[in-house]
Write a protein that binds this ligand. Structure first.
Ligand SMILES: CC(C)(COP(=O)(O)OP(=O)(O)OC[C@H]1O[C@@H](n2cnc3c(N)ncnc32)[C@H](O)[C@@H]1OP(=O)(O)O)[C@@H](O)C(=O)NCCC(=O)NCCSC(=O)C[C@H](O)C(=O)O
Ligand SMILES: [Mg+2]
Length: 286
């Protein structure tokens, strides 16, 4: 299975202290941001700072994703060129995240400028939601990130704790990502001091099938790491399901019954995936 992506922390490319601090934070992935978290006057400085950080700092096994500005802005092409130079100069970048992707063709220009880089797409426009399937099918795309702030802006929807206005978009992108075997990460929870609200939203995202959550502050990491990891109860159930199914098969049956519920081969596949996920998370701590 791929590396866990439970906690994906945005770091403004202009914040030197945060870039350094991230080397020690318990996040599975980092989005180094050159887009919305960086003011127009700071874009050039952030590009240089980030290139140096990616070359000099040790981010360990954390996935390193750089969010560039869109190519419809004055900064997008310079960002891509700077990242290309940084890679040539020894910086390790695992993927480039393209904002406000409306259609698969939006990824082609970035793909041509950065021939070796994996691409991720911000899913945050109404057009992007409707074209999610073709975006997910792009051969260079490895992951999708929900941009629920931009989507709410475009929809003129209101914040609701149950995220009812977001459900159509979240669902379309999830279906697209899963159909094409791509990672998909849920949007940010803006109220970074509200742990209870974050916990509820993380669990909703996990229930829906997201692989993890994007975060804006270190204080949010522990909640996301716990919410997107299999719980002890899920691990115990997975083990018992596998054992019950194996016993049933040994007795010539194709279906087992455990705790009053049937267990078939498809449930065993889910159980094995749960255990693999738990093992991958445990391996991060080694
Ligand atoms: C939200 C913040 C502006 C808060 O900043 P601040 O008040 O400075 O926080 P603290 O004083 O509590 O910080 C404590 C220490 O933690 C470090 N820190 C803070 N944030 C980060 C971070 N994101 N990554 C790493 N380290 C961080 C501080 O440096 C302090 O360290 P120390 O000196 O050792 O005490 C701030 O958290 C922030 O800027 N967050 C990121 C905001 C961001 O990236 N926004 C853009 C992404 S969201 C988005 O665009 C979503 C999408 O596109 C959509 O449409 O939905
Ligand atoms: Mg956005």
């Amino acid at each position: 299975m791929s590396r866990p992506c439970r906690s994906v922390l945005y770091i403004p490319g202009s914040k030197e202290r945060a870039l350094e601090k991230a080397c020690t934070l318990p996040c599975d992935a980092i989005i180094f941001d050159l887009e919305d978290a960086v003011a127009p006057d700071e874009k050039a400085h952030a590009r240089d700072l980030l290139a140096r950080a990616l070359r000099d700092f040790d981010y360990g096994g954390r996935l390193r994703i750089v969010r560039i500005n869109g190519f419809d802005t004055e900064w997008g092409r310079a960002d891509a060129a700077a990242m290309s130079t940084a890679i040539a100069g020894g910086a390790r970048i695992d993927a480039v995240l393209v904002p406000k992707v409306n259609r698969a063709a939006d990824l082609d220009t970035v793909a041509a400028l950065l021939p070796g880089a994996d691409l991720w797409a911000m899913m945050e426009t109404a057009a992007g939601m409707l074209n999610a399937a073709e975006i997910a099918a792009h051969p260079r795309l490895k992951g999708m990130v929900m941009g629920t702030n931009d989507l709410a802006r475009e929809l003129n929807s209101r914040f609701r704790a149950d995220r009812l206005p977001m459900q159509a978009g979240l669902g379309l992108c999830l279906l697209a990502a899963k159909a094409h075997g791509k990672l998909i990460i849920d949007g940010v929870y803006n109220a970074f001091k509200d742990e209870e609200g974050l916990w509820a939203e993380c669990h909703q995202g996990r229930d829906m099938g997201f692989d993890g959550k994007t975060l804006i502050h270190p204080a949010q990491l522990a909640v996301a790491n716990a919410a997107f990891a299999p719980s002890e109860a899920e691990i115990d159930l997975a083990r018992r399901q596998i054992a019950a199914y194996q016993a049933a098969v040994a007795e010539g049956r194709g279906v087992a019954v455990l705790d009053g519920r049937i267990v078939e081969n498809l449930h065993v596949a889910t159980a094995r995936a749960t255990l693999a996920r738990a093992e991958a998370i445990a391996a991060l701590a080694d």
